[in-house]
Each structure stands twice: as structure tokens, then as C-alpha cells.
Design a protein around this ligand. Sequence first.
Ligand SMILES: Nc1ncnc2c1ncn2[C@@H]1O[C@H](COP(=O)(O)OP(=O)(O)OP(=O)(O)O)[C@@H](O)[C@H]1O
Ligand SMILES: [Mg+2]
Length: 482
Amino acid sequence: MPEPAPSLATLLVADDDPAVRQSLERALTREGYAVVLAPDGQAALERLQAGGVDLVLSDLKMPGLTGLELLREAKAVAPDVDVILLTAFGTVEEAVRAMKDGATDFLTKPFQRAQLTKVVRQALERRDLIAQNRALQKRLDDLLRQGNMIGASPAFRRLMTLVQQVADSSATVLIQGESGTGKELVARAIHERSGRREGPFIAVNCAALPETLLESELFGYEKGAFTGAAGRKEGRFELADGGTLFLDEIADLSLVTQPKILRVLQEGEFERVGGTKSLRVDVRIVTATNQDLATQVRDKRFREDLFYRLNVITIQVPPLRDRHEDVPLLAQHFLRVYAAKNNRQLDGFTDEALGCLEAYSWPGNVRELENVVERAVVLARGLRVDASDLPDAVRERPVMLLRGGPAAPEGAGAVPEGVFQVRVGTPLAEVEARLLEETLRLNHGNKTLTAKMLGIDPKTVFRKLKQGEADDPAPGETPAPR
Ligand SMILES: Nc1ncnc2c1ncn2[C@@H]1O[C@H](COP(=O)(O)OP(=O)(O)OP(=O)(O)O)[C@@H](O)[C@H]1O
Ligand SMILES: [Mg+2]
């Protein structure tokens, strides 16, 4: 039975010989294609311009527009449509010329029907693949590049969905997350997706300045407000008018400054330091902290009323260890960035290096990963970053030893990815099986990589796995006789 055509494609056949047109039409229709006919190049071109054609089969020698001319014109009006040229006088030079000008294939008459259908099928399949590839590439680009943020893990996608949802409101947003997770990028992403994107994005680090300086930074000051205030200065609130004000490290705001911020949020008003005139601005406030603000409130270090004002919407940026799929994507991204910066030609990471990056727990999150990759780019000697270019901490795969013997209760608390716990006194065979299982999981089931990491022969991995299966039969199965 013939394979079905890759899609119900429309083929345009251009040939000045009616007998050839007819036989091609018959052969191609039988394959399930829709066929339209053109007696010369000009007619073919007009039909092509009308649209809906997937593939052109054209004779090379035709009166008026020749096949080669048609090919060139076709590429101009419909660059995605493939052209296969047919000729009775095929010469190598002509073929070369045609392929150079963008012909997909070349058939020399007389040809077998099987030859014809094969060439057509291949051309259409290639076309489908290219289209699919483009669509996938676009989806991937969208996924990877959410604004300027990289990631594709479910946790990252949830984060970006939330960013999208809150962007359009003017609600105050509190961004929480560990250090280096990308809180500032999230704040920028919110601004860039909001109706305020044409307005300014002004960031203030509340931890970087002493109290009095911070106030004059935020609210500005009038001439003579304090010694050294030679002229009037606009504060960040004014500069951010019509845009977004990002207050970073908000937990470090002193108890003296807190009520002043609260007043702006509640009344939309403030005065410059040393000034009496009330100013009004239209500013959206986004704040961030790596501390737990609710705890700060409980400890009376942060005003409860301000907390509720800031915390209208909370965005929790997940730590990198909770979105492991993002590690290789981010690593590749930083590799490209730093290779370009350092003028280095680097193709990527060795499997071993990538395994280490994926296994590490990244307490410093994305910032730590960025620093590790930057360092590796500088150190790398080969075309790819190798495990030896990574810091010791990233290369090590610690095994946690639990004291207390086999009867001790399970250790509480999360175990970082790539680490597993072994209780002192556990039989070696069990440790080995567990180690094998965990390493295999880390390498997504890749046995060769697993063997490499464990420093054993791949055959040994296969053998041990087989042995494991035999020792541990699936329910309902009887173990194989030994
Ligand atoms: N998803 C991401 N894609 C690309 N780069 C990222 C991503 N997340 C973070 N980064 C990069 O990681 C670094 C740290 O990010 P950022 O400064 O936003 O973190 P943070 O959460 O504000 O950290 P901190 O709490 O220490 O202030 C920056 O260089 C940032 O560009
Ligand atoms: Mg930050």
C-alpha cells in the first residue's frame, strides 16, 4: 500500500507539452495531490501569485519564461514554495545552476513514476519540516525569552503568567524570593508588560542608603533644606511619575521612613524635604525583599499597615533548585553572553560539566550560576566548558552521612538535588544500588553518562541494572530462575 501523502498539497505543473502535463497530472493525482496545470512560465507565475500552491514542477525549456526564469521569479513572489525542475536535456551545468538559484530538486526526463513521487514527497516533507521547525523555534524563543528572562520550567512559567496577569493592574506588588532569584528582573518585566512601559522605571535600593539620604533620594529636597542643598532636587517619586517605582530591599526600610512611604501610598501625596508644597504623582509601586516580611511584622520591625499596603499582590520567585529544567537553559544563555563579552569561541558544555551544573543545589540561585559560568568561560581551555572549569563546590556530589545507625528516624528537612542520605551502617550493596539509581535519575536515564560519572564501565552499569531488576521483580512476576 502506498504511504499517504504528507499533506493534501497543491502542485503546480508547468510544461509546454500537453502530453507531459497530462501524464504528470495523472500520476500526481493518483498520489492524492491536487494538481493545477500551466502551459507556460508566464501562466505558472500568475497562478503562483494567486496563492495556495505548495510545490512547483516546471519544465526547463519553455517558450516565453524559461524554467530557470520562472524559478527566480517564483522565489521572489513566493519564497517558501519549492520548485522542482524537469528537463529532457539535463546537463550537469544546468542542474548546478538551477540548484544554485534555489531549485529544490532536478528530474531528468524520462523518469519513472516512482522517481517522481519520491522527489515530490521529499520536497513536501522538507517543507513541512521547515515550517514545523520555524513554529517550534518561535515557541521556544517565546518560552525562553519572556521579556529578558530565560526559563521553561513549570515553576518559571507559572511565575511569568502571574507577572503577565498583574502587569496591567496598578496594584502594588511585593516580590519575595531568595537572593539572586531574579526579583529585580521580575520587577522590570512587570513594568515592561504594563501600560506604563513607555514611562520611566526607577529603582531605589532601600538598604544602600542611610535613612536621611534615602528620604531626600525618594522625595527630593528644596534649596537650603540641609547643609549642602545648594539647589532643589527632584526625588525618585517625581522621576517615576507616569511609570514604576521599584523599592528594592524594602525590609531594610527604617521605622522612621516607613510612615512616610505609607502616606504616599495612602494619599498619593508627599513634600520634598524642607518643602511645604504637597506634590502628587502617578506612580505604580513594586517592592522586593529576600526576607520574610510577615516575620518582620511579627517582630515589630515592619509596620503592619504598610505591609498590607505593599502586599496587595505577592509574587514568590522560586529558588533555582525548584526549577531544575531552567539550569541548562540559563547556563547556555550565560555562556553565550560571557563568551561574546570575552571574545571566546565556546560551543557549550561537556556532558560531565552539564551534569555537575544540574546536580548542584545553587544556594545563590541564578546569580551564582551566572558567576560560575562567567568564571568557567574565562578558564575554559577547550571548545566546550568542562567539569574541570567549574568550582570545586559545584563539582562535588556530597553524600550525607546520617549518624545514629539503621534504627535512627529519617532526617527531617529538604535534601538538595544531587545529594542523597546514607545512614551509617547501611549495607554496601544497598548504598551502591541507591547511588546508581540516583545518578541515573540525575542523568535522565542516560547510562553512558552515569557510568562516566561513577567512574565505571558502561557495561557494569547495564549489568548492575539487570541484576537489580532480577533481584526486585515487578509485582505478579516470578523472578527468573538462576
Ligand atoms: N530568568 C532569568 N533569566 C536570565 N537572567 C536572570 C534570570 N533570573 C535572574 N537572572 C540574572 O541573575 C542575576 C540576579 O538577578 P536579580 O538581581 O534580579 O536577583 P535578585 O532576586 O534581585 O537578587 P537579590 O535578592 O540579591 O537582590 C542578574 O544578573 C539577572 O540578570
Ligand atoms: Mg535584587
